[in-house]
Design a binder for this molecule. Structure first.
Ligand code: FES
Ligand code: FES
Length: 151
């Protein structure tokens, strides 16, 4: 089937199979490998994107469900060569090691700060509880979110 989806402000079309995930479509058909596939089971958050402004695991969303809707991926956060403030904060705070979790964490953090510009530690932990990182121990991620929030 053919779907039309707005991705990072651009109207795109793709031929997908009925059971295909949005994550597969983004990575394998639309040339957007920023969203990562670490578990494909909704457990790790590495595939997080915004679908009509809502944070979702793109591995759990059918591409067909995105037909006619708007998706923002991690690639859509930066403004050209200028990093999104959350991306810059993750780099500055040293919150990136292998980096596999980072795109999902950046999207989830940008979503959190849009809803809650000055989050507490508890709010941050709750908001990012669906994003797993096996490298950093999370403290530097917490630091990065505070840095991005200016708190
Ligand atoms: S790849 Fe989607 S939640 Fe892990
Ligand atoms: S930096 Fe490696 S999983 Fe998070």
């Amino acid at each position: 089937m053919r779907i039309a989806v707005t991705v990072n402000g651009e109207q795109l079309e793709a031929d997908v199979w009925e059971g295909e995930s949005l994550l597969t479509t983004l990575r394998d058909r639309l040339g957007l490998p920023g969203s990562k596939n670490a578990c494909e089971q909704g457990e790790c958050g590495s595939c997080s994107v915004l679908l009509d402004g809502l944070l979702v695991c793109s591995c759990l969303v059918l591409a067909a469900q995105a037909d006619g809707h708007e998706v923002v991926t991690v690639e859509g956060l930066a403004a050209g060569d200028t990093l999104h403030p959350v991306q810059a904060a993750f780099a500055e705070a040293g919150a990136v090691q292998c980096g596999f979790c980072t795109p999902g964490l950046v999207v989830a953090t940008a979503d959190l700060l849009r809803r809650s510009p000055g989050p507490t530690d508890d709010e941050i932990r709750e908001a990012l509880s669906g994003n797993l990182c096996r490298c950093t121990g999370y403290q530097k991620i917490l630091d990065a979110v505070h840095l991005a929030a200016g708190s």
